[in-house]
Design a protein around this ligand. Sequence first.
Ligand code: SF4
Length: 383
Amino acid sequence: MALGIYIHIPFCSAICNYCNFNRGLFDAAQKTRYVDALLAEITRAGEAGRAGQAGWAGRSADTIYFGGGTPSLLDPSEVGRIIAACRESFDVTTDAEVTLEANPESVDVARLEAFRDAGVNRLSFGVQSFRDDELRRLSRLHDAARAREAVVEARRAGFDNISLDLMMWLPEQRVDEWLANVDAAIDCDPDHMSLYLLEVYPNAPLKEDMARARWTQAPDDDAATMYVTAMERLETAGYAQYEISNVAKPGRASRHNLKYWTDGEWLGFGCGAHGTIDGVRTKNVSGIGEYIDAVTRGHTVTSDVRRMDAAERLGDALFTGLRLTEGIDLEVIRKRYGIDVWQKYGDNLTPFVGAGLLRHDGSRLALTRGGMLLANEVMAVFV
Ligand code: SF4
């Protein structure tokens, strides 16, 4: 399978109250230095590959993914230089999927056209909600009207592969309000959608905001209804669920993200970026300044290198594979890891099959939609 290339852009115009990603406030001068560092890291990796010193030597890549942070805060010319560096350093296929995560308030038609000219062919908009009250509670910078406009502008700029992120189970959100969000998203006619349950982290400012304003999240049963009903509604609208949190129109599943769920391999560039090649998992230093400094001094930016043993690789393949609607191909696992999954775990998995949470048809193992809500419990069998 071809490799993926992940590029981390850690800058944001403001820090959202629920966010626990690796990001920092936008600083124009630091962004310029960061892009230079990224270009250097990519170029060095390319040189190592050409010298045969790296596990990816001779492999092609068919995806580039700009994640963040807010990658759409980069100038389109910077995005173009990074894509060009990837193409010069690696064998990137001509039809590669090149995704840019974008926040609605950070783009207009001219910028979107320029991103497209720079080589981006897929946009992933962080919309989260189509209700202004919900967006305000999340301290997002855009409103619902801006989100709708951004999608229209992206179409006008020529993008035919657009994804929207929505979050459910928001503070004060009730089932009807959530479903109205889903309908609003369907009205925008994106090619792909990601639906995430809000997770309120213990140290997130949102937790304090909720306590102060007495905002609550709907009961767990309502969260389950939100998830299941949304998926049904999206299916009726022509989207097929292919992963626990992702739906797509035919042919529009995220080629890049599928690498994470199908035992694939990818290179990661930028602060905090992870990579997995040949059973070796790497992580770069997390801090923006620390990363720029390391690259500039010619030091390694990798803070963690771990060769996964066979058991860990198998566990990973089972965990991530079960996230997919099509589940795990047991024959592929047997060939790759020499394990008969059903023989090894069948006794523990049978109760989940009986409870309608898991499907086992002999050759595949997959979660049902109900099972997806309790995925962690099922997956615990493999730990
Ligand atoms: S825009 Fe995204 S990455 Fe940036 S602070 Fe908000 S949630 Fe975090």
